[in-house]
Design a protein around this ligand. Structure first.
Ligand SMILES: Cc1cc2nc3c(=O)[nH]c(=O)nc-3n(C[C@H](O)[C@H](O)[C@H](O)COP(=O)(O)OP(=O)(O)OC[C@H]3O[C@@H](n4cnc5c(N)ncnc54)[C@H](O)[C@@H]3O)c2cc1C
Length: 415
């Protein structure tokens, strides 16, 4: 595999960038693999990479109905943080932040991880209580999430509206210094390139249309639009479509799909230097290196598999943005888009084997971009060993049998 470096960049610049190798191959689909992963988003590709790196399993096919990274991995606002509430979640997501810190080197691709911090702007007492609880839980787990004063909020976000005489003044804030943003495509491409180099096959435009099982119920492979493929193990990693794909194996899961959308403005000079989250207003915003404001709001509360945005939800998020940042009222929006995310009944993810032998699932990701490295790694462990890694053991499906919920309320999505 050709390494990316300043020297290879210079060398290829001299030859008009015509000498770059393909980042990953497009091989023929074989009739059988040891493992089939359904979905070439960040989680599926990371799982393939860690199967090869940590477990030496390389006879793996990643099947993607569209193009690699074209699902939620290519549609999200890339916030990476670990300020969760439950001990299990803080440990899990903090391990992911730590993997992100090394990922550019590990994958030999610049993922542009910018740890610019996330500042939560608090305007109501219940939210202040919630975030104080989170900061205490974080402290106990050794994560860096803490409350800050109103003055500190304004120091970190000087262009925030002066709301002190409004109905909802800023009454405090919270910060995670190690939180940040990364380039979403680079995560998918980086994992794809390294997995491919290790021997994993990635098949785009290959939709899984059925899951084949033996008379005893074990998984034996998948049906696709390009024919049948046998496999000893199959992992469903399809973000918002999990319930539909799991139904192919007569498996019902305790999750529901929703539409979440985001938008970007035209580029402007740098004015927002941190990732800003306004949970009471229902909006969050950061500024990309190109200068675009990248913002999102709450989910569309109607359950659906839609990827297209709904105008009224966009309007709510834009109204909140302008309320918090009146300075942006004349900025033009360039694009808006949506994706299909999922919530489990307790809003924690599921990374688990299933009651169907040989079938595994990683789902319930409403904020799963930040979890791609650790989600992929623990799913690979679960698939390879048929048992959970200590970090994803709390995220098993069995917790729903025992009603042992891991309630994890969102910070922005108001779930
Ligand atoms: C607008 C928006 C903003 C978000 N913001 C954030 C954020 O700031 N921070 C954060 O951490 N998370 C965020 N998320 C969530 C995050 O994007 C997802 O949780 C994460 O990307 C999920 O990754 P994935 O690999 O599981 O899914 P995906 O990237 O969606 O990959 C799943 C793939 O499966 C494929 N597939 C589906 N069905 C089939 C089939 N039958 N056969 C073959 N392939 C199939 C799809 O085409 C898709 O490519 C956001 C999501 C959205 C929509």
């Amino acid at each position: 595999m050709q390494r990316y470096s300043i020297f290879s960049l210079l060398r290829n610049a001299l030859s008009y960038h015509e000498g770059w190798e393909r980042a990953w191959r497009a091989p023929e689909l074989k009739p059988a693999y040891d493992v089939v992963i359904i979905g070439a988003g960040g989680h599926g590709l990371a799982c393939a990479y860690y199967l090869a790196r940590d477990h030496g399993i390389t006879n793996v096919a990643v099947l993607e109905r569209g193009w690699l990274g074209g699902g939620n991995t290519g549609r999200n606002t890339t916030t990476i943080r670990s300020n969760y509430l439950r001990d299990e979640s803080i440990k899990f997501f903090d391990a992911s932040v730590q993997l992100y810190e090394e990922l550019s080197r590990e994958l030999n691709i610049n993922i542009m991880f910018s740890q610019r911090s996330q500042v939560d702007v608090i305007q109501t007492w219940p939210k202040l209580r919630d975030l104080r609880r989170r900061s205490m839980a974080s402290e106990l787990q050794g994560a860096d999430y803490r409350l800050i004063s109103t003055e500190e909020v304004y120091r970190r976000i000087p262009i925030l509206a002066d709301l002190q005489r409004s109905r909802l003044p800023v009454i405090g804030g919270a910060v995670q210094e190690r939180a940040g943003v990364a380039r979403h495509d680079a995560i998918a491409w980086g994992y794809a390139r390294q997995a491919d180099a290790a021997g994993v096959e990635i098949h785009q435009n290959t939709e899984v249309t059925g899951i084949a099982r033996s008379p005893r119920g074990e998984v034996t492979g998948v049906e696709t639009n390009r024919g049948a493929v046998r496999a000893g193990k199959v992992a469903i990693v399809v973000a918002g479509n999990t319930t539909q794909v799991a139904a192919m194996a007569e498996l019902r899961l305790p999750i529901q799909s929703y539409n979440l959308q985001a938008f970007v403005s035209e580029p402007i000079k740098p004015v927002v230097h941190v990732q800003v989250n306004c949970p009471d207003a229902g909006m969050y915003v950061s500024q990309s290196d190109k200068g675009e404001l990248l913002a999102g709001g709450a989910i569309d509360q109607a359950s659906s598999f839609r990827q297209t945005p709904r105008y009224s939800v966009l309007e709510d998020a834009v109204t909140a943005l302008i309320e918090m940042f009146p300075i942006f009222r004349r900025v033009k929006l360039m694009r808006q888009w949506g994706g299909t995310i999922e919530f489990a009944y307790d809003a924690s993810p599921i990374i688990s084997k299933t009651p169907v032998p040989g079938l595994y699932v990683s789902c319930g990701w409403w904020g799963g971009f930040k979890a791609i490295p650790i989600g992929g790694r623990t799913l690979a462990y679960t698939v390879a060993r048929d048992e959970p890694h200590p970090l994803n053991a709390p995220y098993s499906l069995q917790r729903f049998d025992r009603l042992n919920f891991l309630m994890e309320p969102g910070t922005v999505t108001n779930r």
